[in-house]
Design a protein around this ligand. Structure first.
Ligand code: DP6
Length: 336
């Protein structure tokens, strides 16, 4: 974490609580150029979603052990190890050895099957660094959050966000930056929850497998072009151009996995049915564009005026457990 230029501020011992929202990638991050530093093979672009948050609080003190609670329960492996490796990075940066009391609470409704590691590590980056006496600016917070989970680098910011691949071996230029604030462009993301079960292959393991796919080099090669198109579409508030390139990015990501050995297939029958419903609606003039992450849920980018019709159509698909409609959300913030 060298080069983050910390400024000491708060007293050791004081607890800090921070909250961050999840984000949905429109141009996907799917592959790493450095697994140890968690550096991505490509840039990515996302939208932070309001109302799907994780809150983290942290205090460093004189205890003899680290104490971690996730949603009120003692953290168990592998989550505990991942969380404490992250806390160790902060301790090293702050030059402290004090034990940590860390609590995370998820505001993502139970059973919506949405991975919340992006919101968790974004809120942990702010809470743990402040509690350790560091006052990091947003770019340094983004670099720190990235070490916990790549997509967390983007949840530091609200609205439309780009996370840069960067070229430096130390990763200091692999940080996210906001493209548009949440209030700059009013769009909706309709989420069809197809399964609330924990995904069988984590993003991390999925990316490892995908990197050996024969389609992986083509995926990486095309990323810059997709990023340029998405950046331009966001600047022009062109929903169709953004939706089409987002759909393309998502299907390419899944194609890379399908061609891996063993194949990676995150979709269930209802996932595919949702995609067909969205495409059928589009033929009829209700415009929505799908994206799918490392799981079976389908997320649909659309105009606010079309969100209700899309949500109703997806709620009707057999196998869909529930449907949520999200607005653009804010970046990470300290809670009183
Ligand atoms: C499909 O950020 O969860 O959601 O960096 O290994 O923790 P790690 O992976 P993670 O991967 C997210 C993958 C994705 C696409 C995306 O969010 O860009």
């Amino acid at each position: 974490m060298k080069g983050l230029e910390p400024h000491r501020s708060t007293m050791l011992g004081a607890a800090t609580t921070a909250r961050a929202n999840v984000n949905v990638a429109l141009i996907k991050y799917w592959g790493k150029r450095d697994a140890a530093l968690n550096l991505p093979a490509t840039g990515s672009i996302s939208l932070t979603l309001d109302g799907l948050w994780v809150e983290a609080s942290c205090a460093f003190g004189a205890g003899s052990n680290d104490d971690c609670l996730i949603d009120g329960r003692p953290a168990v492996e592998p989550d505990r190890g991942r969380l404490l490796r992250f806390v160790d990075l902060v301790r090293a940066e702050a030059g402290i050895e004090a034990k940590a009391a860390v609590r995370t609470t998820s505001g993502v409704p139970n059973g919506v099957g949405l991975a919340s590691s992006a919101a968790a590590f974004a809120s942990l980056a702010l809470a743990t660094s402040r509690a350790a006496g560091l006052r990091l600016e947003a770019p340094a917070l983004s670099a720190l959050a990235r070490r916990g989970s790549g997509s967390a680098a983007r949840s530091i910011f609200g609205g439309f966000v780009e996370w840069h691949r960067g070229a430096r071996p130390d990763g200091l230029d692999s940080i996210a930056e906001p493209l548009l604030a949440p209030s700059d462009w009013d769009v909706r993301v309709v989420v069809a929850v197809v399964s609330s079960a924990r995904k069988p292959v984590s993003s991390r393991d999925g990316m490892k497998r995908a990197a050996a796919s024969p389609l992986y080099p083509a995926w990486v090669d095309a990323a810059e072009r997709d990023l340029t198109i998405a950046r331009g579409a966001i600047a022009a508030r062109d929903l169709e151009a953004l939706g089409l390139v987002a759909e393309h990015s998502a299907f390419k990501m899944h194609a890379v996995g399908l061609a891996a050995r063993p194949p990676l297939l995150y979709w269930l029958a209802a996932t595919i049915e949702c995609v067909h419903r969205v495409w059928a609606l589009r033929e009829e003039g209700t415009r929505g564009w799908v994206t799918i992450d490392a799981g079976p849920q389908v997320k649909v980018l659309c105009d606010p005026a079309d969100a209700h019709r899309i949500a109703a159509a997806l709620a009707d698909v057999p196998g869909v457990e529930r449907v949520l409609t999200c607005t653009p959300g804010a970046g990470v913030e300290v809670r009183a």
